[in-house]
Design a binder for this molecule. Sequence first.
Ligand code: AMP
Length: 215
Amino acid sequence: MNIILLGPPGAGKGTQAQHLVAERGMIQLSTGDMLREAKASGTEMGRKVADVMARGDLVTDEIVIGLIREKLNGEKGGGFIFDGFPRTLPQADALGQLLADCGETLDAVIEMQVDDEALVDRITSRSTCAGCGAVYNDKTKPIPADGICTSCGEKHEFKRRADDNEEALRNRLMEYYKKTSPLIGYYYAKDMLSTVDGLGSMEEVTASIASVLDA
Ligand code: AMP
């Protein structure tokens, strides 16, 4: 089963994708993670996108479609979770074509709805384990006092993302509403869209997603 998790920054796409990887053996394809990796390893592409990402703008369709194409050619089985991709209509068209080319289909698009105020609150208080990427939140899931990540059981740094500040977030939200939210209509018209309330507890959201996938 191949699915898209669609929603604004801070909707909980990454957290729910990690859960689906652990529970169902699916494969998470996060273009944000791929771009951050490219940036951290100092590739030419990573250097090119660093400023764009820091501002909260979208990187070009060509770059992210190329990243997804590479992954789809390399990974097999398990079912893909597209997390943070597609973010524009051309990306959505490209994804349909890429999946068709490798004999796969898109089975569900799950829109995670969260109101803007909650997004700002979530994003400005989140951090991730540098080892495994598990997401923490100062209010709802604070970093353990002993500094040991509850997901990987190891002691790593807990990092805040460079673009998790109010100014970049405002821009990321604007990009979402201008360029990504039209995908809601696009997938609705293809009869693929399901919507879950992303505001509940992590367990509640997990249960809502499970009921869509198991329907
Ligand atoms: P994310 O981790 O999904 O919030 O992505 C972080 C940043 O990476 C975004 O603000 C964009 O600058 C860039 N990015 C990630 N995925 C895409 C995409 N599909 N299209 C364009 N830019 C992306």
